[in-house]
Design a protein around this ligand. Sequence first.
Ligand SMILES: *[C@@H]1O[C@H](CO)[C@@H](O)[C@H](O)[C@H]1NC(C)=O
Ligand SMILES: *[C@@H]1O[C@H](CO)[C@@H](O)[C@H](O)[C@H]1NC(C)=O
Ligand SMILES: *[C@@H]1O[C@H](CO)[C@@H](O)[C@H](O)[C@H]1NC(C)=O
Ligand SMILES: *[C@@H]1O[C@H](CO)[C@@H](O)[C@H](O)[C@H]1NC(C)=O
Ligand SMILES: *[C@@H]1O[C@H](CO)[C@@H](O)[C@H](O)[C@H]1NC(C)=O
Ligand SMILES: *[C@@H]1O[C@H](CO)[C@@H](O)[C@H](O)[C@H]1NC(C)=O
Ligand SMILES: *[C@@H]1O[C@H](CO)[C@@H](O)[C@H](O)[C@H]1NC(C)=O
Ligand SMILES: *[C@@H]1O[C@H](CO)[C@@H](O)[C@H](O)[C@H]1NC(C)=O
Ligand SMILES: *[C@@H]1O[C@H](CO)[C@@H](O)[C@H](O)[C@H]1NC(C)=O
Ligand SMILES: *[C@@H]1O[C@H](CO)[C@@H](O)[C@H](O)[C@H]1NC(C)=O
Ligand SMILES: *[C@@H]1O[C@H](CO)[C@@H](O)[C@H](O)[C@H]1NC(C)=O
Ligand SMILES: *[C@@H]1O[C@H](CO)[C@@H](O)[C@H](O)[C@H]1NC(C)=O
Length: 685
Amino acid sequence: MPLLPLEMPVAILQTESGSYSDSAAPARAIFIQVDEVILFFLIPVATTDIPHNPAAQLLSDSAALAYRALPNNPSGNYAPAIVSCPASRPSVRRADGLSSNETAWLALRRPATVDPMVEFLNRANISGFDAETYVRNAAAKNLSSLPNIAIAVSGGGYRALMNGAGFLKAADSRVSNTTEAHGIGGLLQATTYLAGLSGGGWLVGSLFANNFSTVETLQAGSSGSAIWKFDNSIFKGPADKGISIVNTAEYWVDVAHQVDEKDNAGFDVSITDYWGRALSYQLINDTDGGPAYTFSSIALTPSFTEAQTPFPILVADGRAPDEKIISLNASNFEFNPFEMGSFDPNVYGFAPMEYLGSNFSNGSVPSSGHCVRGFDQLGYVMGTSSSLFNQFLLSNLTTLNVPSIIISAIEDVLEALGNANNDIAQYVPNPFLNWNGPLTNPGASSLQLSLVDGGEDLQNIPLTPLLQPARHVDVVFAVDSSADTDYNWPNATALRATYDRTLLSNLANGTTFPAVPDDNTFLNLGLNTRPTFFGCNASNFSIGAVPPLIVYIPNAPYTAYSNVSTFTPSYPLSQRDEIIQNAYDGATQGNGSLDAEWTTCVGCAILSRSLWRTGTETPEACTTCFNRYCWDGTTNSTTPAEYLPTPKLNGNVTTTDNSAAQRIGGGGLGMLVGSVAAIAAVLLL
Ligand SMILES: *[C@@H]1O[C@H](CO)[C@@H](O)[C@H](O)[C@H]1NC(C)=O
Ligand SMILES: *[C@@H]1O[C@H](CO)[C@@H](O)[C@H](O)[C@H]1NC(C)=O
Ligand SMILES: *[C@@H]1O[C@H](CO)[C@@H](O)[C@H](O)[C@H]1NC(C)=O
Ligand SMILES: *[C@@H]1O[C@H](CO)[C@@H](O)[C@H](O)[C@H]1NC(C)=O
Ligand SMILES: *[C@@H]1O[C@H](CO)[C@@H](O)[C@H](O)[C@H]1NC(C)=O
Ligand SMILES: *[C@@H]1O[C@H](CO)[C@@H](O)[C@H](O)[C@H]1NC(C)=O
Ligand SMILES: *[C@@H]1O[C@H](CO)[C@@H](O)[C@H](O)[C@H]1NC(C)=O
Ligand SMILES: *[C@@H]1O[C@H](CO)[C@@H](O)[C@H](O)[C@H]1NC(C)=O
Ligand SMILES: *[C@@H]1O[C@H](CO)[C@@H](O)[C@H](O)[C@H]1NC(C)=O
Ligand SMILES: *[C@@H]1O[C@H](CO)[C@@H](O)[C@H](O)[C@H]1NC(C)=O
Ligand SMILES: *[C@@H]1O[C@H](CO)[C@@H](O)[C@H](O)[C@H]1NC(C)=O
Ligand SMILES: *[C@@H]1O[C@H](CO)[C@@H](O)[C@H](O)[C@H]1NC(C)=O
């Protein structure tokens, strides 16, 4: 498979060859992999001082005006800050339940979901069932009998961001027309947990970075803001107007400057820092991509403290020291506004998000030690969830149809980065140093915690946090934008990976998952072209091991071809909107035109576990829905024909499938990053 740089960067690669590994090099080499794509670019670093951007100061000055996720890094910029520890010193806790913060927040959130849920279920018109009385009684008697809803948004780069956005838009009662008959508006307001991974994590992170704005607001954008302007690729940076900066050259210089601030403050930096910074210009609506925004600041925003939003969770995989292959055995980490850590039995601990970067050892910061704040930078966390590099090391570069000079330059760089464990998101110091001991926790004696893209273990939908028994989730709307088939459609590989992981006795630790069939069955039965429910029958599981009902929402064409390639780096805004609209139309089944009872069936999915728990008979309308949408255990594993779905609705299919046009020579894609002569080349693996 070829590497095809748009502008052949051979001269520069030759010049710089062999000098990337060290900060003394005049160029920075940056490798970013998103799913199957490797982006490679060089940023020449001026040997003279990088001009300081006064915008950072402006940002910290304007902190008092802040209202979104807050730029509350005490440094006022991207660098973590060393601070005095609070009187109650931060510590790591065992993962034997939820944090007290989460528990306290749930005590506000669960009741706050009651009204939206009642409204939704009334609209769902479940014949013969008084949803309002049922839900209000449940809430009055015992909150834990209330339906507990989660949404999980998969990875898959911009495709996943846009497809996930369409679902969330349809589910958001603040968006006009979503609460008309056949809409699913209010589902988001009734939801307790919202998890994102990789591209889905960009979506979740971006919503929370922007005052839990609606997708509609972010699509509309605002003048001078680069927010969701996906027509400018992150390699070029924002258009040169307004608060959001300048030109491509200055953009990369600013990114490099921000990362240098972290470096100069004594913290290890990795490729993920550049990646996260570049992403943030499009995802965080503030000057320079909000370098001082932290993930933990989400917990300080009014909409979160008042429990008007779901609980955001991003996920990443742990890579054990010296490990290259990521398997299902990889530790699954999660980031939430309060904590970062893992429920897996080996790590089995959570560190306070706000104080990541402090020198925890065996769970506490030494009494002589200081604390660190600002390490949990929001863009860095989004970048962590989407930082895929190490699989690249395993690929056989020489089989690629690329000029050998480029291959050897790339191999040199990868080697150097790989040896330094510099190809992933570095969490140094490791918050779980000496935690649980090396026999239990393979990373316990490592000074650094290496995190990689949450989808690298093939669990491309962030389900693990939602399967934790302590969270008692009843139903997960699992939005899958994975590119599993030849044409970038999902075939539920992600669900199977999660199912398989729950069968690993050494890791499952109480998590269970409904059985899901093989890929061929998915295609043969069309389970990936329409919503499908898994695990409908709670009695099919042992008591105490009942997983949530999974409402699988696969990316499929309704009104547009939403299967854009993961390696398309930019999208005309019209195409962005068509893909979002396609997912909206999937989420509502064409405003009911594909199934007039779809909203009813969503209501039944929400209620299913609660009805079972309270011993309430299933309404007949729900039985009809379950017969229609539940996988009944049938399989058909014969080899299917090639999967080439066409839009189901007659809507104007105006999306030109331009990704083919953007592929150069049919296989590769490259970008010349503006006049700064930074170079990007893309490898298809
Ligand atoms: C509710 O469902 C009943 C029968 O299931 C149907 O007759 C009625 O029109 C529906 N109401 C609305 C508002 O859709
Ligand atoms: C609420 O119900 C759960 C199980 O559904 C039970 O464990 C808990 O004790 C109940 N709480 C109260 C206050 O009744
Ligand atoms: C809402 O529905 C009305 C009436 O069908 C339509 O005119 C309007 O364009 C819709 N709004 C959006 C945002 O789709
Ligand atoms: C943030 O969102 C809340 C809730 O929608 C709203 O009341 C508030 O005005 C918003 N703040 C800003 C600055 O947009
Ligand atoms: C972006 O931020 C600016 C300045 O705070 C604000 O005026 C604008 O409404 C925001 N745009 C969006 C789409 O949130
Ligand atoms: C996962 O861990 C188990 C137990 O340590 C081991 O038997 C298995 O081979 C591992 N699987 C992989 C794919 O590494
Ligand atoms: C953490 O430990 C490292 C290595 O001992 C030290 O260089 C660093 O200053 C410490 N950081 C803080 C905040 O105490
Ligand atoms: C999208 O899917 C259609 C078939 O459903 C296929 O013809 C097209 O080539 C695909 N586009 C991409 C970019 O994979
Ligand atoms: C989960 O793992 C922890 C730590 O190894 C262990 O103490 C706990 O009993 C396990 N829980 C279940 C349900 O297996
Ligand atoms: C649910 O599963 C149980 C146990 O496997 C079985 O007895 C029951 O018939 C199933 N119910 C439905 C509606 O399929
Ligand atoms: C569904 O309704 C929404 C909101 O009114 C509208 O924007 C969209 O075009 C409709 N979709 C279809 C397929 O009719
Ligand atoms: C019920 O569970 C069994 C084993 O756990 C599984 O093989 C079967 O497919 C499940 N049935 C359905 C309909 O999910």
